[in-house]
Design a protein around this ligand. Structure first.
Ligand code: TPP
Length: 560
């Protein structure tokens, strides 16, 4: 019997019993026992296996799959630096509260520091960013037939996996996120398929069935105060607040009473209810730092959003008293209409195509059943300014740590995990950063219909909107912030066998109406955009809203 193969079969079997349906494997030698066990489970239809060469990409693929399927996704690596290459995706999962499990193969512990090759201290390598970690007891070098030690090991291994899976889902503490299982394997790592794998529970379920701890702490929200709801990443729907004016970031659930983010500067709410984690708008940060406003935070997780420390109350759910005043509702609606109108007119008035134009054209094509993956930087902000999210469109965005890394892989994972078509909007640096996400072998599961739209302004457009984009820094800006690269995306995609085309904003509409039926189910559509006039365009939008709002305020005063 090859003990390492037996142990790997137990691990894979218990993961499946814990609800795993997709697993991402990165090739290596130390994790060979797990590779064999996963290949077998895939062949038996028990799990869908995804093999990726680059661990960074693998972690983000897993992240996309976990987001789309709401299931635990394990990423299986060999030992050494391979494990650390997962770090960006693990950090994103930690701050976005997504259930991932790193399963890192290791050499036997006693070899650490002996000069053994490809060996690092793997336990603790993700620091406090994993919710739980465990090192599995090593299988014996051999087990005699009917071994009691194997019986005991089987129990211990399965129970440990159940504990980690429960932590990943936050079942006991409401704090889901990544976990780490380190598995020391002794040689031989390869041998005949194990036939005497010790079994799990008879009912086919997990070794330990872990019930979620119920926590409910409602907080009272008095709607007679002029109230604005701000929903950010990770927000869930709060039916009690359904009719209240809401600034919803694109990755928060659709709302019936959406308010444009630029309206904030012209509204003076007495109370703000924060749901999830808003990260996009400076105006929101300003509003939430005001001690004059009552701030109520609703958080399902253990941690809650209160960057300025101004929150008056925190709860898990809402108990509403009173009703919103009609003139407050009208004021919010009017300010929002003015802001949406001003954005639209400003976009129509310029000749150049910007990321905002691409965001508007793309989101107009979305229909119920679509999944939209949004890159960090300007794409998510452009979508926030141009789109009112309708019901039925699923949105995926890596707002945990808001990196520009791993977005191609996340999009591929989200597309594989969802049933309809998927459209992603990424900036060019974001696309280039994870172009390795297009790297997948011919046997790998691929999306049914994924279009990655790249708004290519040849560099980081967002920086021209920040302080460093002030013309006073023009002599420094381009090289150290703008970072133009002039990459030929057609050739880059061609190297991976992915179809690529360059289209205008107008052509995007027709292109998106057609299916991405390439052999890999993935195509890249590039729209050349300009960031030259971006700062002025945003300035114009704000000025126009300002002017219209002051006209509205004066006519409201005259009516009183
Ligand atoms: C991993 C990572 N590295 C660096 C950054 C800093 N950063 C934020 S936005 C940005 C530029 C992104 O450019 P692009 O994807 O082309 O989008 P654009 O700003 O042009 O809309 C950079 C480098 C980051 N957020 N994440």
């Amino acid at each position: 019997m090859t003990a390492a193969l037996t142990q790997a079969s137990v691990i894979v079997d218990e993961l499946i019993r814990c609800g795993v349906r997709d697993a991402v494997l990165c090739p290596g030698s130390r994790n060979a026992p797990l590779a064999f066990a996963l290949h077998r489970a895939d062949a038996e239809g028990k799990v869908r296996l995804h093999v990726r060469i680059d661990e960074r990409s693998a972690a983000f693929l897993a992240l996309g799959l976990a987001t789309a399927t709401a299931r635990l996704v394990p990423i299986i690596t060999t030992s050494g630096s391979a494990v650390v290459n997962l770090a960006p995706g693990i950090l994103e999962a930690s701050y976005a509260n997504l259930p991932l499990m790193v399963v890192s193969a290791n050499r036997p512990g006693e070899l650490l520091g002996t000069g053994a090759s490809q060996m690092i201290l793997q336990s603790g390598v993700f620091g406090a960013e994993v919710r739980a970690e465990a090192t599995l007891s090593q299988a014996d070098y051999d087990y005699p037939p009917d071994s009691q030690r194997l019986v005991q090991h089987n129990i211990r291994w399965r129970a440990t996996i159940c504990r980690l899976a429960a932590s990943a889902h936050g079942l006991r503490d409401g704090h889901p996120g990544p976990v780490h299982l380190d598995v020391p394997f002794a040689e031989p790592l390869v041998g005949p398929q194990p036939v005497d794998v010790p079994l799990g529970r008879d009912d086919g379920g997990p070794w330990t069935a872990i019930e979620p701890a119920r926590m409910d702490a409602p907080v009272t929200v008095d709607l007679t105060l002029n109230t604005l709801v701000i929903t950010g990443h990770g927000a869930r729907e709060i039916p009690e607040l359904a009719g209240v004016p809401t600034i919803a970031e694109p990755s928060a659930p659709a709302v019936s009473n959406a308010v444009h983010p630029h309206a904030i500067a012209h509204l003076a709410p007495q109370q703000v209810v924060v749901v999830g984690r808003p990260t996009l708008h400076r105006q929101v940060v300003q509003l939430l730092s005001s001690p004059a406003v009552r701030i109520v935070v609703i958080a399902a997780e253990k941690s809650w959003t209160d960057v300025s420390g101004t929150a008056n109350a925190v709860g898990r759910s809402v108990r509403v008293v009173g009703r919103s005043a009609v003139d407050w509702l009208q004021m919010c609606e009017r300010a929002s209409d003015i802001a949406y109108g001003a954005v639209g007119r400003a976009l129509d008035s310029v000749d150049e195509t910007t990321g905002l134009h691409v965001a508007r054209a793309l989101t107009r094509q979305l229909v119920s059943g679509d999944t939209l993956v949004i890159g960090s930087s300007n794409p998510i902000r452009d979508i926030a300014l141009t789109w009112k999210r309708p019901c039925g469109v699923t949105v995926v965005a890596n707002r945990g740590v808001a990196g520009i890394d791993g977005l191609v892989s996340t999009a591929v994972g989200a597309a594989i995990g969802s049933s309809g078509r998927t459209i992603a909007l990424l900036g060019d640096l974001t696309f280039a950063h994870d172009s390795g996400g297009m790297l997948a072998g011919p046997s790998e599961p691929m999306p049914k219909d994924l279009t990655i739209v790249v708004a290519n302004d040849n560099g980081g457009g967002i920086f021209s909107l920040l302080e460093q984009g002030d013309p006073a820094h023009a002599d420094v800006f381009e090289r150290v912030f703008g970072t133009p690269h002039e990459t030929d995306f057609g050739q880059l995609c061609g190297a991976h066998g992915i179809p690529h085309q360059i289209v205008t904003e107008g052509e995007l509409v027709d292109v998106l109406a057609r299916k991405a039926n390439s052999s890999k189910g993935l195509r890249v559509v590039e729209v050349r955009t300009s960031r030259v006039g971006l700062r002025d365009l945003h300035g114009e939008i704000r000025k126009e809203i300002e002017a219209e709002m002051s006209g509205y305020a004066q006519s409201a005063l005259a009516r009183e």
